[in-house]
Structure formats: structure tokens, C-alpha cells
Design a protein around this ligand. Structure first.
Ligand code: 9D3
Length: 250
């Protein structure tokens, strides 16, 4: 997958992507991320990329010409027809289903805004899709672009280095994770659930699925609307809730 990020802070993008799974995906050439800085497409001595908003008010707006030139230069480095995605607080909320859909593209231009935003005409003429990562105020689109790149990289075949993802997906897709434990067996006066030490893999799978269902019910009930609870899962959730009531009584 080829990605070009249009940004006034190219170092912020490059630095962040050196680490972990995304860094390894780039080393393995599963992913290549380039950057394109609108400041390189200015012609005035001050290399101006922003200007005051028409109509007045606080803050500055990204000027259309250098931003647009950078987007076009980024696009020219990629195969024809690449999708252009801009990050703004006005965009549609990014969710895993959208990440999966975007992972089907072999090239993307990601546009990270700064200041109060980009001139609306650039969004209208150059951008296919506007995305937000959630309802909180950030300083620009770089972290959102990095969030998308991270989520995309994990879906590239070979990026995780094992088949874990596919296996886990069929088992607990759409649910929260079960609790994880590692050594020591007792920590802070709390023991690891005995079933995890039993070596009974069927019982362990059953316990994990039960915990995943129970935690999803307790913490993110709305997620259960998106998964089908077959008879076995419904029974496991009932078991979880009954065990929890018994714990509350003791
Ligand atoms: C007048 C109010 N503005 C500042 C408080 C609104 C505003 C402008 C620019 C709010 C945020 C930003 C910069 N944010 C992004 O570029 C952004 C973002 C975000 O802030 N939250 C979640 N997702 C995204 S994607 C891009």
C-alpha cells in the first residue's frame, strides 16, 4: 500500500511511523508512506501557507494554492485514480468498517489540516472523503492521519507476522477483549483464574468467549447490537451475569 501525507509537519509523520508494526510493515515493503509539505509549494519570501478568514474572526485558514499544489504533487507520485482523504473535525467518524474498506485501496492521499481548517474550495475540488477520529478537539490532522495509517497497516497481509488476527476474528469479532494474564500466578494478592492454568483448551476458549461477551455487555452494550448471539453465546452471557451476581452476594 502506498500512502502520501500532505502535511506542514512531515517529521511528525515520519518519526511516528518508524516504530512497531507500522515500522516493520515499511521495512518489509508492505507499506510506503511519503510526505508532501505545502510550504514547498509557496513562492513568496515568507513561504506563507495560511491567511486570515474572510468574514473575520480568530485563527487562520490554510491558503488554497500551496495546499492544492501539494495535494496534486502527492497524487502524481501515486497510481492514477488514488482516493484523497482529508481529516477534519467535520468529517464522518472513522470506524473499523471504514478502515477495512479503505484497506482495499492500493494508494491513498491523506491531507492533514492545521489552524482553523482548510479553505473550503480545496475540500470541494480535491477531496473525496472527510474523516474525523472522534468528538474531541485536536490541533490538526496529523495524529488522525497516523491513527488511520496504524489501523490500515495492521490489515495488510503479513504485517502482524502470524495468523493470530484471522483466528481471533472468527472467535470474538465485534466484542471487547477478554482479560489477559501473565506471570506471576499471584500478583497484588490476586490469583490468575484457575481455568487458564488447567491446560484444558476447550474450557479456556469457552471462558474467554464468556468474558468477552460479559465485558461487552457491561462496558459497551451497544456493540452487541452488531453481533449475532447464537444459543451458545446467549448461554455464556447468562452464565457470566449469574456468576457476577453470585460474586456480588459474597
Ligand atoms: C472554532 C473552533 N475550532 C477550534 C477550537 C474548531 C477546530 C478547528 C480545527 C477544531 C479542531 C481543529 C483541528 N482538528 C483537526 O484538524 C482534526 C480533528 C479533531 O480535532 N478531532 C477529531 N478528529 C479530527 S480530524 C482532524
Amino acid at each position: 500500500m502506498l500512502i502520501e501525507v500532505v502535511t506542514l509537519f512531515p517529521e511528525m509523520i515520519r518519526e511516528a511511523l518508524r516504530h512497531g508494526i507500522v515500522g516493520r510493515a515499511q521495512e518489509r515493503s508492505l507499506l510506503r508512506v511519503g510526505t508532501c509539505d505545502p510550504r514547498a509549494y509557496t513562492s513568496d519570501v515568507h513561504r506563507t501557507v495560511d491567511d486570515r478568514p474572510y468574514g473575520g474572526g480568530p485563527g487562520m485558514v490554510m491558503k488554497p494554492e500551496p495546499l492544492c499544489a501539494a495535494i496534486r504533487a502527492a497524487r502524481a507520485r501515486l497510481p492514477a485514480g488514488s482516493l484523497t482523504v482529508a481529516f477534519s473535525a467535520q468529517g464522518e467518524r472513522l470506524e473499523q468498517a471504514r478502515v477495512r474498506a479503505l484497506a482495499a485501496n492500493n494508494a491513498l492521499v491523506l491531507v492533514a489540516g492545521r489552524y482553523e481548517g482548510m479553505d473550503e474550495r480545496v475540500l470541494e475540488t480535491e477531496v473525496d472523503l472527510e474523516l474525523s477520529i472522534g468528538d474531541y478537539v485536536l490541533s490538526g490532522g496529523e495524529l488522525p492521519a497516523l491513527v488511520l495509517i496504524d489501523a490500515l497497516a495492521r490489515l495488510l497481509p503479513g504485517a502482524l507476522g502470524d495468523e493470530r488476527s484471522a483466528q481471533q476474528e472468527s472467535f470474538s469479532d465485534g466484542l471487547l477483549d477478554w482479560p489477559h494474564f501473565t506471570r506471576p500466578e499471584e500478583y497484588a494478592g490476586r490469583r490468575v483464574p484457575p481455568v487458564l492454568l488447567s491446560g484444558d483448551h476447550a474450557a479456556i476458549d469457552r471462558w474467554r468467549l464468556k468474558q468477552a461477551l460479559g465485558r461487552t455487555w457491561l462496558r459497551r452494550r451497544e456493540l452487541l447490537a452488531g453481533v449475532t448471539l447464537d444459543a451458545q453465546r446467549a448461554a455464556l452471557l447468562q452464565e457470566f451475569l449469574q456468576e457476577r451476581e453470585q460474586e456480588d452476594d459474597t
